[in-house]
Design a protein. Structure first.
Length: 455
């Protein structure tokens, strides 16, 4: 019936109708989980938006039985006074940004691709140019609702009896139950973002500038591109009310390249958040003519769907390298000396990231000797590997020396013993016993380091 009515005439659902709808979805998922036995084979989630994991040939997850959570995609409440939002995990950042900007607010930490979801940002990883102040999107969350594989529904906050589950949800990659609702903070936003670009010839000057800006804490956004070993560009953004002009980077223009030629730029706030949606440093199509013809069509979501469909044509032996590396800022120069000798690929995307609290998922002694709260995420996108090399493994072997961590969204070659010297097995196992005692969802090591490689 509703399909016959123009959208404008539809009455928006009241908060209690939305709440009732949410409760019914949770009940359906809880029942489906409770019915499933431990011997029924691994289960993974089916959401509506495309997955922003690096596509992997042979990823066993593709063959798993699916738990359908695709209807968990509604914004339940925006409170403009408390500056909070309650939403289901399948809400995409592009929808969330549109809804919150209507109230003059924005989510804190908006991953740069439009269709990354808030549930995926917590269960996987998330960082962007507000991370120098706030950490990851999960650090802005106040409460999670989690459905365990026994069918229990837990309300988890940083200080209630489910504190451990709250802390361990980040980076759990769908192995600690189903995240079904999130409450998180918002910040005031203006209509435009003004970005200025500072160029530094040396890495030392670059990291010193990042430290200075982060300590002064008087800008809204910081990220940057290392174009070459002698060209380090820091992009510093501020919300502004007015703009003399604006640019968008969703067709012919390429954002990362613009940072190497411009001194300043203005973007509408929404366009700023998603300025890398056509690719961070691996924008497709590469040629100007290709972008002119197809650039409008090739959003990140479309490219990932294409890669999913063409999964069996992806390289199993030498997949391209897409990886984020979190390095204590004091160790960046040390790491880059190794990187120049071993890999030496540029451009690199850089995102300063503040570890805003003790993270329970990191092994207790991994960060011993690291006094800094400021990290630098160095992201490599789409680097081809030469024959006989495994850059992923080489990077994994190097990272412990500089107390670095890589995200698990791409190819992981850790052996189990090494893995649990970096991730916290004791806390993980304790959270697993509460949220997935039947092990329907695989454990973190098996899912990210074995099943993802087809093992
Ligand atoms: C090409 C590329 C570019 C990227 N660029 C950025 C970037 O600019 N900034 C950034 O921050 N990140 C970036 N990422 C990383 C991305 O944010 C993470 O991979 C994120 O986890 C993806 O979220 P998603 O919504 O696509 O979820 P998915 O990829 O579908 O899921 C991620 C994990 O979370 C689990 N999960 C999803 N929903 C739930 C739920 N409701 N309950 C429990 N578990 C769940 C899934 O099982 C899966 O293991 C990029 C990734 C790729 C592949």
């Amino acid at each position: 019936m509703n399909l016959l009515l123009p959208r404008a005439l539809l009455r928006p659902a009241t908060p209690s109708e939305r709440g009732a709808r949410h409760a019914a979805k949770v009940e359906r998922i809880a029942r489906a989980l409770a019915r499933r036995g431990g011997g029924d084979g691994p289960l993974s989630l089916k959401k509506k938006a495309v997955s922003h994991q690096v596509p992997k040939r042979g990823d066993k997850r593709r063959l798993d039985a699916k738990l359908d959570v695709s209807d968990l995609d509604e914004i339940l409440e925006i409170d403009p006074v408390a500056r909070t939002c309650v939403a289901e995990p399948g809400v995409t950042f592009v929808d969330l940004v549109t809804a919150t900007l209507a109230h003059g607010l924005a989510p804190i930490v908006v991953p740069e691709l439009e269709t990354i979801t808030i549930g995926g940002a917590v269960s996987g990883c998330s960082l962007e140019s507000m991370s120098f102040r706030h950490g990851g999107f999960h650090d802005t969350c106040l409460e999670y609702e989690v459905i365990t594989t026994d069918g229990a529904v837990l309300r988890c906050t940083p200080d209630n009896e489910h504190r451990l589950v709250f802390e361990m949800m980040h980076g759990s990659f769908g192995t600690l139950g189903v995240l079904s609702k999130l409450r998180f903070r918002l910040v005031p936003a203006k209509r435009y973002v003004k970005v200025t670009y500072d160029t530094y010839p040396t890495l030392g000057e670059y990291t010193a500038a990042i430290r200075r800006y982060a300590a002064a804490d008087d800008v809204d956004f910081i990220d940057g591109i290392i174009h070459a070993p002698n060209k380090h560009v820091l992009s510093v953004g501020r919300f502004v009310d007015d703009a003399p002009y604006t640019h968008r980077y969703d067709w012919v223009r390429v954002y990362w390249k613009s940072t190497g030629t411009r001194i300043e730029d203005y973007l509408r706030t929404r366009d700023y958040f998603f300025r890398y949606d056509r690719g961070v440093t691996n924008v497709q199509p590469r040629s100007l003519v290709g972008r002119l013809l197809f650039g409008k069509l090739l959003s990140s979501a479309r490219l990932l769907r294409l890669a999913d469909v063409a999964n069996r044509f992806l390289s199993a032996d030498r997949p391209n390298v897409t990886v984020d590396l979190f390095l204590p800022i004091a160790k960046v120069e040390d790491f880059m000396r190794w990187y120049r000798g071993a890999i030496d690929h540029f451009p690199l995307w850089c995102v300063p990231y503040r570890r805003v609290r003790y993270y329970d998922w990191i092994a207790p002694h991994y960060f011993d000797g690291v006094d800094d709260e400021l990290f630098l995420d160095i992201a490599i996108y789409g680097l081809a590997q030469p024959p006989g090399r495994n850059y992923y493994k080489e990077i994994e072997d190097e990272l412990p020396r500089v107390k670095g961590i890589k995200t698990l969204i791409s190819h992981n070659f850790y052996d189990e013993e090494t893995f649990w010297t970096i991730w916290n097995k004791e806390s993980y196992d304790a959270a697993k016993a509460i949220t997935d005692p039947k092990n329907l969802l695989r454990d973190l090591y098996t899912k990210t380091c074995r099943a993802a490689r087809g093992l």
